[in-house]
Ligand binder design. Structure first.
Ligand SMILES: Nc1ncnc2c1ncn2[C@@H]1O[C@H](COP(=O)(O)OP(=O)(O)OP(=O)(O)O)[C@@H](O)[C@H]1O
Length: 870
């Protein structure tokens, strides 16, 4: 009994319950269930598989105690074939009296029950011999068969439970033993411990027990492993869903349930009493809980109550049930998953779109200004000395420098400090350079941003970036903000054209205006802006208090180009006389902007490097200039002899006109080597009167006549004409139209200016009559130019032939070639230019003797090394 009571859990619980039951005067009403009675000995359902342990099976032990109800030879008469071994008789822990009483009791049952249930009874007997008599059984055993029907039913009910319990337990133990060796070992340890305990008990037992021990020494016979397979038990795994029936049969009835938790009124978690369950899942892990779903809490409660009633579990010992409302995190996350994925995708896209902006990338940095901040100490090394020419612009902007350096000088006189300046001019004229130099000179931080960087696809980003830029600037006063290409946002709001304006750009511009207005007079933030189109800027930008100053930076003059060449030639390795070189290069590059000059110098160094030269010489510079003007030589484009001849006569026509018309630009260089895009030849002219800014009617007429020289020459020398003069006609027509509609040079139209604006093409600002008059006048002017040209070229037919043939043979002619072929130009030259075409051909140290035959000094192909002999 002590052993039994030490066994924890269900057996102890049932023992107590049974004791209580038996102790009651009135028997507890049992609701007999036919099904349960019929399956009284459910061990029938247990399939028994016998297998042998390691080693051969030994013959059955004949010395074992005869089985009650058996035939005495160990084989049950009712079942088990001759080959089937009767399970070994276990070592009995019962006293002799108890044993006898048990045998008698089993025999009585055997007589009462059908033979099919006998093996179960034997099994029951064996387990009771091994584990002792359960207290519930003891009273019945002692009565030696004198039991009432009610007692019998109660007994049968208990036996059913007990048998099931034992069978399941053994099956589970066997399965666990088989699946996990460690469990085997622990089982062995447990057995040893049990033995030890039994040993202790035996020592305390009366003599007859010792005698019995002597009679039945433990026989080490073959070990038979028995697998009792109960599908109900086998299917249970930890954390798995089960049915109510499984719960009932495998857990509740067996007393394995520790507690029940109803969560969210739909699911019941069954916490298993681990110590007793001794169940493992498929991974060999102990089972901690299972669960089943319920439809309604009420139904569940009533079913549970009924089940516990049937099991006669006293109220105090009923299984505790708790209720929880849990948030199913898995499904909650799953329901948010699409939104989360969308958000993550959008975030990733904006990060990618804004990538490269350093810390400002991503959706949170979209409204941040993209202005690059240059540190005046480390980044900005540009000084005014690096900016050549544009002296007036420098003077203007110097004021800003002095304002940033000594603001008090202005403030003490009550002067308001200019807010900013717009630097306007053609591309590459050095606007950015000048702004940088201003920052470099004044030694303040410099924020540089392009107007287009304010504009994004999102509405409101532009103004927000403007705000951010200005707030950054205010934190770093004194400083300079430079907004390049301000026309991207500062276009006149009135000139938005059809379809309304661009709201985003307008609001960005408004924000700039507001920010500039908002400057405190003492705030030393100067805003400089660069543009190529000052004419399209909104007038509000230009008003005093905003961009007070408008500094126009034009293409450099001859002198300016010299200075710019001087700046850039410093970095070049050359032995040339720098002063002469600068002058000559400046003369060769009329109309070049600072950026073109910088490019030319760099190209010259590259050409020299390609030639493996030690230093850059004049020839390299000239090739570089040609390349910058005309583009790359197209060596692959080979013209036919006829085409070449046409091109030569065409170019010769231009050259003769330029040479003999007083106000035309004399030829500087002509080439019939195809270059760039579609140009079969190219001619470069020197501005006749130096850098000219005004043109009179004579100059215009001479230029038009010279432009028509190509086509007229073709007409004079060939049977047919080509399409090559189309660009010339375009130029001539534009010049004639400008003379009529803009320059007031047509007596018929008078002093009229008609806007040449593509947007007004639909609605011409003049009447049909005026249009006709314009047509007539343009035509008249062009015809006059044509006549002028034709007269000259008819007269100079021979000279055209000379120049064209020379061009055909040499492919490139310089000004010096023309002097050689045609004699000096009959009109006075601008001294500034002529100075650099004195036959020195860039040889600065000791001018050679004038070359009589240029071919003697020309290079291998007679083209690249064409000198300029006098
Ligand atoms: N006056 C100058 N002196 C020296 N170098 C110059 C000068 N002007 C232009 N350059 C050269 O040309 C380069 C380009 O000039 P810059 O970027 O300032 O032109 P920009 O007028 O701002 O052109 P854009 O209108 O296209 O922005 C400079 O880096 C410099 O090398």
């Amino acid at each position: 009994m002590a052993t039994l009571l030490r066994r924890p859990g269900n057996l102890a619980r049932y023992s107590r319950r049974a004791t209580e039951c038996i102790g009651r005067t009135a028997p507890t009403p049992v609701r007999p269930q036919p099904s349960r009675i019929s399956s009284l000995f459910a061990s029938h359902r247990l399939r028994t598989y016998a297998t042998h342990g390691p080693g051969d099976p030994k013959p059955p032990n004949n010395n074992h105690k005869p089985q009650p109800g058996g035939n005495g030879n160990g084989n049950d008469s009712g079942k088990g074939g001759p080959n089937k071994e009767e399970p070994k008789e276990p070592e009995s822990v019962l006293t002799e009296t108890e044993q006898k009483q048990l045998d008698a009791f089993i025999k009585h049952l055997e007589e009462t029950l059908p033979p099919t249930s006998h093996p179960s009874l034997h099994e029951l007997r064996r387990s009771m011999m091994r584990d002792g008599l359960p207290p519930e059984v003891k009273p019945f055993v002692e009565r030696n068969g004198n039991i009432s029907l009610m007692d019998y039913l109660r007994m049968a009910r208990f036996m059913l439970k007990y048998t099931n319990m034992q069978a399941n337990k053994e099956a589970e133990n066997d399965l666990a033993r088989f699946m996990k060796k460690s469990r085997e070992e622990s089982k062995v340890e447990q057995d040893q411990e049990q033995k030890k305990q039994r040993g202790e008990e035996e020592q305390n037992r009366p003599k007859d027990k010792n005698q019995k021990q002597k009679q039945k020494p433990p026989s080490p016979g073959p070990r038979v492993l028995e697998f009792r397979f109960d599908p109900g038990s086998f299917l249970v795994t930890a954390g798995r869903e089960i049915t109510w029936q499984e719960f009932r049969a495998n857990y509740l009835d067996k007393g394995l349930v520790e507690k029940l938790t109803v969560s969210n009124r739909t699911r019941v978690r069954v916490d298993i009493n681990r110590e007793e369950a001794a169940q493992t899942d498929s991974m060999g892990q102990p089972i901690s809980y299972v669960y089943f779903n319920i439809g309604s809490v009420k139904v569940f409660e009533s079913k549970l109550e009924q089940a516990q009633d049937e099991l006669e579990i006293p109220t105090a010992e009923r299984i505790p049930v708790t209720y929880t409302d849990e948030v199913p995190w898995g499904s909650a996350i799953m329901s948010f998953a699409p939104t989360l994925i969308l958000m993550a995708g959008a975030f990733w896209l904006t990060r990618r779109a804004g990538g490269g902006g350093g810390g400002q990338s991503g959706i949170f940095g979209i409204g941040k200004s993209r202005a690059k901040r240059f540190n005046h100490e480390t980044d900005i090394k540009t000084k005014f000395s690096d900016v050549a020419g544009m002296d007036e612009a420098k003077v203007e902007i110097m004021e800003f420098v002095s304002f940033l350096q000594q603001p008090e000088r202005f403030q003490k006189l009550g002067a308001k400090i200019p807010r900013g300046a717009i630097l306007s001019g053609p591309p590459g004229t050095g606007k950015t350079l000048l702004a940088k130099a201003t920052a470099g000179e004044s030694g303040v931080p410099f924020f540089s941003v392009s107007g287009s960087e304010f504009v994004e696809m999102f509405v409101g980003v532009g103004p927000s970036r403007v705000r951010d830029l200005f707030s950054n600037a205010r934190k770093n006063t004194p400083c300079i903000i430079f907004i390049d290409e301000i026309d991207a946002i500062g276009k006149s709001r009135a000139k938005q054209g059809f379809g309304g304006g661009n709201d985003e750009r307008e609001s960005t511009l408004n924000q700039i205006l507001t920010e500039m207005d908002g400057f405190n007079t003492s705030e030393q933030v100067v805003v400089l802006a660069g543009t190529n189109r000052a004419d399209v800027l909104d007038k509000a930008l230009m008003r005093p208090g905003r961009f007070d100053r408008h500094i126009a930076i034009d293409r450099p003059t001859m002198d300016g180009r010299k200075q710019i060449f001087r700046v850039h030639l410093k970095k070049i390795v050359t032995d040339e006389d720098l002063e002469y070189l600068e002058g000559r290069l400046a003369a060769l590059t009329p109309g070049f902007a600072g950026a073109d000059i910088a490019n030319c110098v760099n190209e010259a160094a590259l050409v020299a490097a390609r030639d493996n030269a030690d230093k850059v010489v004049m020839r390299h510079f000239e090739q570089a200039i040609e390349r910058v003007i005309g583009g790359l030589e197209k060596k692959s484009l080979v013209l036919s002899p006829e085409e070449k001849r046409t091109v030569a006569y065409h170019e010769a026509g231009h050259a003769i006109c330029g040479w003999y018309f007083r106000w035309a630009d004399p030829l500087l260089k002509v080439s019939i080597i195809p270059r760039g895009q579609g140009a079969l030849g190219y001619a470069q002219y020197l501005p006749a009167g130096g850098d000219t800014y005004l043109m009179n009617v004579n100059q215009l007429m001479d230029r038009m006549a010279m432009t028509l020289g190509g086509r007229v020459s073709e007409e004079l020398h060939f049977d047919t004409v080509t399409s090559g003069a189309s660009d010339d006609f375009n130029k001539v027509t534009r010049m004639a139209t400008a003379m009529v509609t803009k320059f007031g040079m047509s007596p018929k139209l008078g002093y009229i200016y008609y806007e040449e604006d593509s947007q007004q093409q639909l609605h011409k600002p003049f009447s049909e009559d005026t249009a006709r008059d314009i047509d007539v006048e343009v035509r008249r002017i062009v015809q006059e130019a044509n006549k002028q040209c034709r007269d000259l070229l008819t007269e100079k037919r021979k000279e055209i032939g000379v120049v064209a043939e020379e061009l055909l043979s040499k492919e490139v002619l310089g000004r010096d070639d023309l002097v050689r072929l045609l004699g000096p130009r009959p009109w006075p030259e601008s001294g500034e230019f002529a100075k650099y075409f004195d036959g020195r051909a860039g040889q600065t140290v000791a001018p050679p003797e004038p070359q009589q035959n240029s071919e003697e000094t020309s290079g291998k192909d007679g083209r690249d090394e064409t000198p300029f002999p006098s």
